[in-house]
Ligand binder design. Structure first.
Ligand SMILES: [Zn+2]
Length: 441
C-alpha cells in the first residue's frame, strides 16, 4: 500500500524534501492489520501521513519480476514481516539517488537492556502470608514437574518458545530447554511453595476440588509475576525515550492495558487467597477432559475470554472499567493418562459459563473438541512445552501454522479476529478425550 507523506515538524531526517510517498510491503492476513502496521512504521520514521491510498493490493513475488527495488522490498518483507521504501522529491536535488533514511535514536536501548536483566531476575513470594520468613525465593514450576514435564521430556529436555532476543527478526522460535528451567517462575519462597502445592506436586490429579483449585491458583500466581515484570519492562522502555513518538505511544498503550490486567488479576487472586485461608476449595468450577494416551504437550495458562468457540462476543477487554471474568487452564497428570483442566472462580463466572457452554456446543455439533482445545492453548497460552518426539515429527506446514498463530496473537498491532477460537490449527494434535470430569451440571 502507499501513503502520501510529509516530514514531521521535529524530524531528524538527513535530508529536507518537499514531498514523498511511502510504499509499504506488509505480511499480514487481512487488510486491517496490514494498514495499522504500515501506518505505525511510517509514523515511527517521522512522517505525517497526508493521504491514505486505501487501495491495499495483495501481492506475490512474481509480480515484482524484473523490478529490482520491488523485488528487494518484497523479499525483505517476507523475511522481517514488513518493509517500507520512500520515494521523495525536492527541487534542490538534481540527480536521482538512493540512500538509507536515518532517524535519530529516540530511546536509549543500552540502559533498557541493563534494566531488563535486573527486572527479569526479580522475584517475590506471592503467598498471602509472605513476609520476612520468605528468604529463599525459588524457581517454582508453573507446569507440574514431577509427572507433567517429565512425561513429555527427552533426556530431561522439552521444546519451549524461545525467550532469547533474536535481533530485528521477530519471528517465533522453539528451542530445547531443560525441565529444571522450563516454565519456572520466581513467585514463591521454598517454604510456601511446598506448603501450598504439596497436594498436587507429588500425586496425579484425582480430581478433587482442592487439587483443581491449586492448579488454577498456580496459573494465576505465575501470570501475576509475568505481568508485573512485563509492566516494569514497558515502563523502563517508555522512560528510555527522550521524546514523544509513535513507538512511545504504542508502549504507553501497552502499559495502560497491562496495568488494568494486572489490577484485575490481583483482585481475583485476593478471592482465591480468601478461599485458601478458609480451607474452602469449592469456590472453583471445573471441567476436565481426560485423555488416556501419553501427553505430548504440557501447559499452564489463563485468559479473559473475549470470544467463544463460535466467535460470539463475551466481554470487552478494552473497557478499562469492566470487571473481567478469568478462566485458567492447564494439563495435569492423572492416574491413567492426563487431563486438560479448565477452571474458573464461582463469583462473577457468568462469562466463563457461556464460554464453556460454547465448548459443549462444539461437542454437540460433532466438531473436534481436541482441535478446539489445542487452538485455545496455542492462541492463549505462551507457557506451553512440546515433547521433542512429537514436535520433531511434525511436518513443516503444521509448524508454520503454529508459528503464524502465535505471531498473530502476540503482535499488539494485529487486531483480534473474533473467530480465532473457531477455526485454524485443525488435525495437528492427536489427542483423544474419553471422559469428562466436572463439578457443574
Ligand atoms: Zn513465602
Amino acid at each position: 500500500m502507499t501513503f502520501d507523506v510529509v516530514q514531521s515538524l521535529d524530524n531528524s531526517h538527513n535530508v529536507s524534501i518537499e514531498g514523498a510517498q511511502a510504499c509499504c510491503w506488509i505480511k499480514a492476513k487481512d487488510q486491517e492489520s496490514a494498514f495499522i502496521k504500515a501506518k505505525f512504521l511510517v509514523e515511527c520514521d517521522e512522517w505525517v501521513i497526508t493521504h491514505f491510498n486505501m487501495e491495499i493490493v495483495e501481492v506475490n513475488r512474481s509480480m515484482f519480476t524484473g523490478r529490482h527495488t520491488g523485488l528487494k522490498q518484497y523479499d525483505l518483507a517476507e523475511l522481517n514481516g514488513t518493509s517500507v521504501y520512500y520515494v521523495a522529491w525536492s527541487e534542490s536535488i538534481e540527480e536521482e539517488s538512493e540512500f538509507e533514511l536515518k532517524i535519530k535514536k529516540k530511546s536509549n536501548l543500552g540502559l533498557y537492556y541493563k534494566e531488563r536483566k535486573n527486572i527479569l531476575k526479580k522475584g517475590k513470594c506471592l503467598h498471602f502470608d509472605s513476609g520476612e520468613a520468605c528468604d529463599q525465593i525459588i524457581n517454582a514450576h508453573s507446569i507440574q514437574r514431577n509427572q507433567s514435564l517429565n512425561q513429555i521430556a527427552r533426556n530431561g529436555h522439552v521444546y519451549q518458545i524461545s525467550k532469547k532476543f533474536h535481533g530485528p527478526d521477530l519471528s517465533i522460535k522453539y528451542e530445547l530447554e531443560g525441565i529444571n528451567k522450563a516454565s519456572t517462575f520466581l513467585g514463591f519462597c521454598k517454604k510456601h511453595d511446598n506448603e501450598i502445592f504439596e497436594p498436587i506436586d507429588n500425586r496425579p490429579l484425582t480430581p478433587t476440588n482442592e487439587e483443581v483449585f491449586l492448579y488454577a491458583y498456580r496459573s494465576i500466581c505465575r501470570e501475576i509475576l509475568v505481568k508485573s515484570n512485563a509492566l516494569d519492562l514497558s515502563i523502563s522502555k517508555a522512560c528510555s525515550f527522550s521524546q514523544d513518538c509513535a513507538e512511545k505511544k504504542l508502549i504507553e498503550n501497552i502499559i495502560e492495558g497491562t496495568s488494568v490486567g494486572l489490577a484485575n488479576l490481583l483482585e481475583i487472586k485476593g478471592q482465591y487467597d480468601n478461599s485458601i485461608k478458609l480451607g474452602n476449595f469449592t469456590d472453583v468450577k471445573y471441567v476436565i477432559f481426560h485423555c488416556k494416551e501419553k501427553p505430548n504437550l504440557a501447559f499452564s495458562g489463563l485468559f479473559y475470554p473475549d470470544y467463544d468457540f463460535y466467535g460470539g462476543h463475551l466481554q470487552n477487554l478494552a473497557d478499562l472499567n469492566e470487571k473481567l471474568s478469568l478462566l485458567t487452564f492447564c494439563s495435569a497428570p492423572m492416574l491413567n493418562g492426563w487431563g486438560f483442566v479448565i477452571a474458573w472462580y464461582q463469583e462473577n463466572s457468568g462469562i466463563c459459563d457461556v464460554f464453556i457452554n460454547s465448548l459443549g456446543q462444539i461437542i454437540n455439533d460433532q466438531h473436534s473438541v481436541e482441535d478446539a482445545l489445542f487452538r485455545l492453548v496455542i492462541s492463549c497460552c505462551e507457557n506451553h512445552a512440546f515433547s521433542p518426539l512429537w514436535w520433531e515429527q511434525l511436518d513443516i506446514s503444521s509448524k508454520e501454522l503454529i508459528f503464524n498463530r502465535i505471531t498473530e496473537v502476540i503482535d499488539p498491532l494485529t487486531p483480534i479476529d473474533p473467530k480465532y477460537l473457531t477455526k485454524g490449527l485443525e488435525s495437528i494434535i492427536d489427542w483423544s478425550f474419553e471422559n469428562v470430569f466436572t463439578n457443574i451440571h
